[in-house]
Structure formats: structure tokens, C-alpha cells
Design a protein around this ligand. Structure first.
Ligand code: TRP
Length: 334
């Protein structure tokens, strides 16, 4: 809470392409929060460097991610949209919270275990303390709710533990945040191996549909989606994971229930079904893609937004960081 206003905070990494799973599970819902909350959406470039980045690409993706936020309906008048590295308090609070986070807690993080297996040649300390920087992002804004995908829920829970530990020593410092995980999009699975979650870093390009894939690519990927050797279009996750995943995607993009979708496709073949899922996905993403292109073309507009967003965010970040420094006993000069 800041004053009597509840706060919502979320972040997206400017690394790699976002998938329809990210869209349905997180981005699409972001704009609904600004009615009820004071909302902050951050492009977390500092998180991105836990794995090696090519500077020109990181820069380009930072612009792109901001453009994508806007294309997903985030109005900069109603939401604070900004870039993490432009607000130095994130990194500063992160150091402090490192001293309130246990080695054992960080070792148990699923994402750390996965990423260190994947980047075995670069298991750096930043990869390990990534969740502490994320906790700083959240706690700097006295955040009440954190809309995230299911894979980030564990990090938000760790953030709560860190905040409670800090508050125990220094009462009334941080608001304790709650994760909000959208039901839809939680279980968007790979098109190639439908028992595995769709992941932006999948090596098989046919397994993943990206938000920015063009229409033909989307339709082609759905046509190649793995199903089963039956011919019935029925939701049954255990016996028919491929068909069930396609039914969920169809339902998410059309707003129809799974039962309605099953009825619609009763008696139809898999070929028609897959084509229909591709069509509704491409239709739903078309306006987002058009707005993205328009925003991205206006580099000066994006930079003006970065400046305005960082100024807005800094105001709140500064207040929390000063409070923390004072509580810790750091000398304050006035
Ligand atoms: N770690 C998140 C992810 O990879 C991104 C993120 C960074 C974030 N800081 C955050 C999400 C704070 C929510 C709140 O998706």
C-alpha cells in the first residue's frame, strides 16, 4: 500500500520472444489491474544479464518489451511503465535484502536449479540471487499483489518470506505481497510434446507459438501440432494431452468454454480442428501485433515513456529505500 492505494507490480524480461502462454497467463490480464490498483510494470533488464546477452539485442528487446506492454493494452497514463536499470534503487535494495536471504532458500529455487543445469558453464552469483532482485522490485513499491505466471509463484513466496523476516527485525517496513496466478494460460503446453509446458526457450520452433509470429507461421505450427491416433475431439488431459491443449488454447482465445468447443467440433476431423485453432489465435494476436509495430516505430515516443516511467517509479522507490536505510542504521544526511 502507498497511502490508501493498493499496489500491483509485475515485470517481464527483455530476453527472447514471449509465447502465447506468457500472453494468456500474464500479459493479457495486466491491463485489468489498473482499475483497482496503482500499477507498476517493469522491463527487467537487470534480471536479463544473469545469462550472457548481446548488448545490441538486449537494447532492442528493451524497446520491444515496452512496446509490447503498450500493445497489450497498458495505457501509460494509467500504469507506470518503466525500465528497471533506470531506477537505481532496485539494485541497492537488492544488496540489502541479500543479507536477509538464506543460502538454503535460494538453493531450493526450481528456476535456479533448471537454469544452472542449462548454463552449466556460467553459474554466476547473479543467477543464484536473481530472486532477491525480484523481491526488491516488488518490495520497493509496497506491493500488495503480483500478477505472474505459475513458474514465478515460488519466487513471490520467497519474497514474502524475506519481507516477513525483515519486518520481524524492523517492524512495519514492507507490505507483504500476494501472488496472483491467472487460471487461464497456466497450462499452455508444447505443441510438439503436449505433456511439457510451452517454453520460450524450446529448441524445436514448432513447439512454441510466439506472440509476434506472423499469421502463416501460427497456422503452420498449429497444423503440425502433435495429437493422437484417435479421431475424437474431447478434453482428456491424461489420455489426449495434445487435443486437450488445443481445446484450451481455442477456449482462451475465443472466450468459449471447453464444453462449447467440444460441441462445435463434434464429428469434425483433426485437420479442420487444428486449422480453426490456428485461425482464432492469429485473429486474436493480429491487433496486438499491429499496435506493437506502431509503437516500436516511434522510438522517441518509447524513450519519452522510459523517462516519464522512471521518474514516476523513482518517487516511490526512493521513499521505501530511505525508510529501509534509516531502519538499518545507515547515517542519513539532510
Ligand atoms: N522473474 C520474472 C520472470 O522471469 C520477471 C520479474 C522480475 C518479475 N521481477 C519481477 C515478475 C517482479 C513479477 C514481479 O518472469
Amino acid at each position: 500500500m502507498f497511502g490508501d492505494q493498493k499496489v500491483s507490480f509485475s515485470g517481464v524480461q527483455p530476453s527472447g520472444n514471449l509465447t502465447i502462454g506468457n500472453y494468456l497467463g500474464a500479459l493479457r490480464n495486466f491491463s485489468t489491474y489498473s482499475e483497482e490498483y496503482k500499477t507498476f510494470y517493469c522491463v527487467v533488464d537487470e534480471h536479463a544479464i544473469t545469462v550472457r546477452q548481446i548488448p545490441a539485442e538486449l537494447r532492442r528487446r528493451t524497446y520491444e518489451t515496452l512496446a509490447l506492454y503498450m500493445a497489450c493494452g497498458l495505457d501509460p497514463e494509467k500504469n507506470t511503465l518503466y525500465v528497471q536499470s533506470m531506477v537505481h534503487e532496485h539494485a541497492e535494495l537488492s544488496w540489502i535484502l541479500n543479507c536477509f536471504t538464506m543460502f538454503g532458500e535460494l538453493s531450493r529455487m526450481t528456476q535456479f536449479k533448471d537454469k544452472s543445469a542449462k548454463h552449466a558453464d556460467n553459474i554466476n552469483a547473479g543467477l543464484f540471487t536473481y530472486p532477491v532482485l525480484m523481491a526488491s522490485d516488488i518490495l520497493l513499491y509496497q506491493t500488495d499483489v503480483v500478477p505472474v505466471g505459475i513458474d514465478q509463484k515460488q519466487h513471490v513466496e520467497l519474497c514474502r518470506d524475506i519481507a516477513m523476516r525483515f519486518n520481524q527485525v524492523y517492524p512495519d517496513t514492507f507490505t507483504i505481497p500476494e501472488p496472483i496466478v491467472a487460471k487461464q494460460g497456466r497450462k499452455i503446453m508444447s505443441l510438439a510434446e503436449p505433456t511439457k509446458k510451452m517454453s520460450k526457450s524450446d529448441e524445436n520452433p514448432n513447439a512454441v507459438v510466439y506472440i509476434l509470429d506472423d499469421r502463416d507461421t501460427i497456422i503452420r505450427k498449429f497444423k503440425r501440432a502433435v495429437t493422437d491416433s484417435e479421431s475424437e475431439i474431447r478434453y482428456d488431459e491424461a489420455a489426449k494431452p495434445g487435443v486437450s491443449n488445443l481445446l484450451s488454447i481455442y477456449s482462451c482465445f475465443t472466450g468459449k468454454t471447453i464444453e462449447e468447443a467440444e460441441k462445435e467440433f463434434a464429428g469434425k476431423g483433426y485437420g479442420d480442428f487444428k486449422a480453426a485453432v490456428g485461425e482464432v489465435t492469429a485473429d486474436a494476436l493480429a491487433p496486438v501485433q499491429a499496435e506493437f509495430a506502431r509503437r516500436l516505430a516511434d522510438k522517441a515516443g518509447l524513450e519519452a515513456q522510459m523517462k516519464k516511467g522512471a521518474e514516476e517509479a523513482s518517487y516511490y522507490a526512493r521513499r521505501t529505500l530511505s525508510k529501509v536505510q534509516k531502519k538499518l542504521g545507515f547515517v542519513q544526511l539532510h
